[in-house]
Design a protein around this ligand. Sequence first.
Ligand code: FES
Length: 127
Amino acid sequence: MQEGEESRVLDVPEMAPYARHVFICSGPFCDPEGEGRRLYALLAGKLGELGLYDNPLRVKRGITPCLGVCHSGPILVVYPDGVWYCKVDDALLNRIVEEHLRGGRPVEEAVYHRLNVDATAYSNDVK
Ligand code: FES
């Protein structure tokens, strides 16, 4: 290091592994009744062990003001799978948790859009 240069030490956070990230829209255009916020709160309890910090299959949840769809909400998307669900209600949320997040198989009849057509992306294998 030359005189006058400052060392740059990055204070980066430690990152625990996680397998999936679920985003639920809370915007008023797709979901005027605010069901997305309620489903987001419910999801915390439904994840169980999938929400534990040291579980390699951990699922993070997030809420967002808009996913660019703006109708037929609540909209829920699962990444990195790139699988999108619309009109999510309690029953569909239960199936998404059990079949998709826990079982690794999207709820096919409720999927309305996919970003990733690589079926291996749905695997629960931890890489
Ligand atoms: S307001 Fe929900 S997708 Fe835009």
